[in-house]
Design a protein around this ligand. Sequence first.
Ligand SMILES: *Cc1c(COP(=O)(O)O)cnc(C)c1O
Length: 392
Amino acid sequence: MKKHLFDLPENMIYLDGNSLGPLPRNATEHVARMMRDEWGQMLITGWNKAGWMQKSLTVGDRVGRLIGAPAGTVIMGDTLSIKVYQALASALKINSGRKIVLSDTGNFPTDLYMAQGLLKSLDQGHSLQTVAPEAVADALSTDVAVLMLTQVDYRTGRLHDMNALTRAAQDLGIVVIWDLAHSAGALPVDMTASKAEFAVGCTYKYLNGGPGAPAFIYVRPDLADQVEPALSGWLGHEAPFAFDLEYRPGKGIERMRVGTPPVIQLTALEAALDLWDDVDMQDLRARSIRLSDLFIREVEARCPALTLASPRDAQHRGSQVSFHFPEGYAVMQTLISRGVIGDFRAPDIMRFGFTPLYTEESDVLAAVEILQDIMENSLWDTPEFKQKNAVT
Ligand SMILES: *Cc1c(COP(=O)(O)O)cnc(C)c1O
């Protein structure tokens, strides 16, 4: 438990760390110091003196430890949408004879949108095929170029078997990309053991890097010097400061850099990662399952109108639990007004994240008590709570 290391508001039960992690206390001072002493005093010399240019790699190594990736195989930068695009473009180059990208209907829309945009601009007859999550294994074939999946479903928390699907896909010559948006910092991931070619993810969810924190991309080390970067920006060049007119990809994972790194955001993320350095992911997973199972048991016992939208078996679930309820949006707004923060995903899903670094059993019990009060007394049934906000 590291709750005291987070700046959580009083009287709030935060069950939305799967969407935006809370502020680690050390981040405020760490960022202030960087701005004052580095940006303020060093100005442009900070790129060398303060190691700003190396941060994308040094922070990448620390994220790498949490996803079972060796040093030098992960680099930070841009947003996850961009990293999806880069991974997919490079994967398609590896399998240029095939035209199908396979994904599932549980994937987060931006992953699918980025694929659609890329395939359209390639204009080479590619198509994106999406099947139900349970049907992915059966849809693998030698026509598929790339299998692109998010390991944990953002709505239901359903967990794909990463190693089994990767093996089945690679047996058919398919290149595999995993999106770890809801996996990194949520459960143990072992990229090396999975043997997948690519992985991408974000750091503002379970890793608590803050809104706008940079994304990451992993390329399997034996491929890193061969992949062709579609976004051939100057900082992914072999020698950015030679200012050559021709692009030549940088060595290894560095070619997945695009432009200037977000140094302030990387600094906040460094502070957030300090809290992860001694975390045992197996232990974290055990605690996450205890919290999630407790939540399911209590909600089902006390709020019979809600139906479980997540897999009941913890082995098939990430670190979040969702329930269906037709007026789920209004119920969630009511919960938020009572200090219990989860979120809502259309059409009827109330979503709750369980983050053992700062959530304990007493939080789960207190949250369900409030939920029970709201359900039993239909406290959600007012125009105020049905008014939709832009971000749900
Ligand atoms: C959260 C999430 C994203 C968000 O992408 P951004 O570019 O960071 O806005 C993308 N994909 C998945 C699977 C996600 O869960």
